[in-house]
Design a protein around this ligand. Structure first.
Ligand code: NDP
Ligand code: GDP
Length: 322
């Protein structure tokens, strides 16, 4: 039985990856940081099937100990301070976790068991003020947030450990991916949850920031399969993972509200509080390398993703009403 360690297992992607790896027969070890309140909603359904261990990307010895104890064949580093607006408010913290945390984990692997395969969750936010459209593996980076800068460091340190120490360490440049398990702060979930609250009479408006920025949105469940495929490859290589389609926040609002039988223009209010100091205006992937080499393609369309999220939020919010 193969063992996989997932950092950030209680997050959106961690929970889908755990579902996926359990389905493949893995022994799944999930690292969580200690909290006075347990927040395991996304993994409650599999809590008895996985090993949950406490560790923190801030703390080198906790990482060494976990790798020594479980000797994972594969490590998926999904833990991060992942919310971009917070990265302007807490830039040093974001750098410590999202950038330096990756070096700590790579060091633990190098010191304890360099045969471990390592996946790093890199981000399309590294392209920021895009140098080319669409973006592929050779498009230069121009990150536009402290989060994007931290992810660019993490991406390069992963490549550097691969080249310096011959580790099987790879980076998936992931475009935005969403699901009913997405955090409520991110715009897609804010829209589907906010729309459901309006539909069921719990709110009368939804305050958002920039409606014109465009994102290449896919379904998180599809992206975790790409992570796994990357670690099954013969050669350690980096891949862009996205859908190859882009939509604006406004289009997302239009589609989500119309699924609810509403017109977004009657409810969405633009609010300066949700604008960013600088914006990543347009992200659009060219995922052809992943298709060609990994045989990976997204299965869930933009339209299906929205339906899935709206239906899930309607059912969640309706429990509050009854
Ligand atoms: P989430 O924010 O849902 O999950 C991140 C997880 O990391 C949380 O469980 C969080 O724990 C954990 N974490 C945060 N800080 C630490 C720390 N110091 N030590 C240990 N664990 C920590 O993110 P997603 O699941 O959406 O994303 C997974 C990864 O993919 C992230 O690295 C993200 O940056 C990256 N990514 C995501 C994209 C997306 O669209 N979803 C796009 C591109 C990249 P807690 O629950 O305690 O907060
Ligand atoms: P990101 O691409 O990782 O930053 O994902 P988000 O879902 O946080 O943001 C996607 C886009 O939506 C960005 O261009 C934001 O500026 C835009 N946006 C507009 N209004 C909001 C809002 O109220 N919250 C968030 N999070 N983003 C918003």
């Amino acid at each position: 039985m193969r063992t996989a360690l997932i950092t950030g297992i209680a997050g959106q992607d961690g929970s889908y990856l755990a579902d996926f790896l359990l389905g493949k027969g893995y022994n799944v070890v999930g690292m969580v940081r200690r909290s006075s309140t347990v927040t395991f909603e996304r993994i409650r359904h599999i809590q008895d099937e996985i090993n949950i261990v406490q560790g923190d990307l801030h703390d080198q010895s906790s990482l060494v100990e976990i790798i020594e104890e479980f000797r994972p064949d594969e490590v998926y580093n999904l833990a991060a301070q992942s919310f971009i607006p917070l990265s302007w408010k807490q830039p040093v913290f974001t750098g410590e976790v999202t950038a330096m945390g990756v070096t700590r984990l790579l060091e633990a692997i190098r010191l304890v068991n360099p045969a471990t395969r390592f996946f790093q969750a890199s981000s399309s936010e590294m392209f920021g003020k895009v140098r080319a459209v669409p973006q592929n593996e050779s498009t230069p980076f121009y990150p536009r947030s402290p989060y994007g800068v931290a992810k660019a460091y993490a991406h390069w340190v992963t490549i550097n450990y691969r080249e310096s120490y011959s580790l099987f360490a790879v980076s998936g440049i992931l475009f935005n991916h969403e699901s009913p398990r997405r955090g409520l702060d991110f715009v897609t979930r804010k829209i589907t949850n906010g729309g459901a609250r309006i539909k069921l009479g719990l709110a009368d408006e939804l305050r958002l920031g920039n409606l014109e920025s465009q994102r290449d949105w896919g379904f998180a469940g599809d992206y975790v399969e790409a992570m796994w495929l990357m670690l099954q490859s013969d050669q350690p290589e980096d891949f862009v993972i996205g859908t190859g389609r882009t939509h604006s926040v406004r289009q997302f609002c239009e589609a989500a509200f119309s699924t609810l039988g509403l017109d977004y223009q009657d409810y969405v209010v633009q609010d300066e509080r949700f604008y960013r100091p600088v914006e990543t205006e347009l992200l659009l992937s060219d995922p052809s390398k992943a298709k060609e080499i990994l045989g990976w393609e997204p299965k869930v369309s933009f339209e299906k993703l929205i339906r899935m999220m709206v239906e899930s939020d309607l059912s969640l919010v309706s429990k509050e009403v009854t």
